[in-house]
Design a protein around this ligand. Structure first.
Ligand code: GTP
Ligand code: MG
Length: 250
């Protein structure tokens, strides 16, 4: 399979009109965004010398209330670091790219970090349509952020594609003393809405890699599934991986 090259670096914009691209050329938002159909199928090898090559690309959006840890989760996944210290709320929308190797296929995730603050909601709405997957976060130490998940799911149903992959994440699982939402409550809500669920911690790294890998696997399987290949079971995969890792992987 021929491979495309992922645009490296970071983009940022408050404009909902920015249109995605294959990431083959240029830098920044306009160049890194994918066609509105979303998927990028490489048609010929890249001639560029720098950056990482990929076979398929998907857009993943991080959504949820302000302060639940969306930016920290992305930074942990991308850079392996935790943004400790004062909380700097995201303004508008921002993205980072990461290429993962999934079953010998190079999958590029273009991950959009949205602002949780209400005043940026209309900006975020404009991006839902192009998303292949949504990671919906609440903060296990903040009951209101959990209670708002129903409203977020309503919003997702209204603005996102019908077949978008949604995964519910209870973040800040490291904060055992401040916990306000039990794991079972998260599991129950996820079951009610038929979405996969896991708890994460951007601080410790718990399940961060797993969350993105699971989504990338699901998207890759949907796109490249052989006719006789069984459907990928996302929650089963997550449960199995957590069992293998003794429930605590980073
Ligand atoms: N203990 C703990 N703190 C976290 C974790 N993730 C994020 N935080 C803290 O929570 C605060 C908010 O994190 P952000 O990632 O900026 O939150 P956000 O969801 O991006 O917020 P908006 O950009 O306003 O939507 C910061 O002070 C982080 O240090 C985590 O897993 N554990
Ligand atoms: Mg943020």
């Amino acid at each position: 399979m021929s491979r495309k090259k992922a645009v490296k670096g970071k983009g940022s914009s408050k404009s909902p009109k920015a249109s995605p691209s294959s990431g083959r050329t240029g830098k920044g938002l306009a160049a890194a965004a994918a066609p509105s159909s979303g998927l990028v199928y490489p048609s010929r090898p890249s001639i560029s010398n720098s950056g990482e090559f990929y076979d398929i690309a998907f857009k993943v959006m991080l959504v949820g209330d302000s302060g639940v840890g969306k930016t920290c989760l992305l930074v942990r996944f991308k850079d392996g670091a935790f943004l400790a210290g004062s909380f700097i709320s995201t303004v508008g929308i921002d993205f980072r790219n990461k290429v993962m190797s999934i079953d010998a296929v190079k999958v590029k995730l273009q991950i959009w970090d949205t602002a949780g603050q209400e005043r940026f909601r209309s900006v975020t709405h404009a991006y839902y349509r192009d998303a292949h997957a949504l990671l919906l976060l609440y903060d296990v130490t903040n009951k209101a952020s959990f209670d708002n998940i129903r409203a977020w799911l309503t919003e997702i149903h209204e603005y996102a594609q019908q077949d978008v992959v949604v995964m519910l994440l209870g973040n800040k699982a490291d904060s055992t003393h401040d916990r306000a939402v039990k794991r079972e409550e998260g599991e129950k809500l996820a079951k009610e809405f038929g979405v996969p669920f896991m708890e994460t911690s951007a601080k410790s790294g718990l399940n961060v890699e797993l969350a993105f890998t699971a989504v990338a696997k699901e998207l890759k399987h949907r796109t490249m599934k052989e006719p006789d290949e069984p459907k990928f079971q996302l929650q089963e995969y997550v449960d199995q991986e957590m069992r293998t890792a003794g429930c605590c992987r980073s």
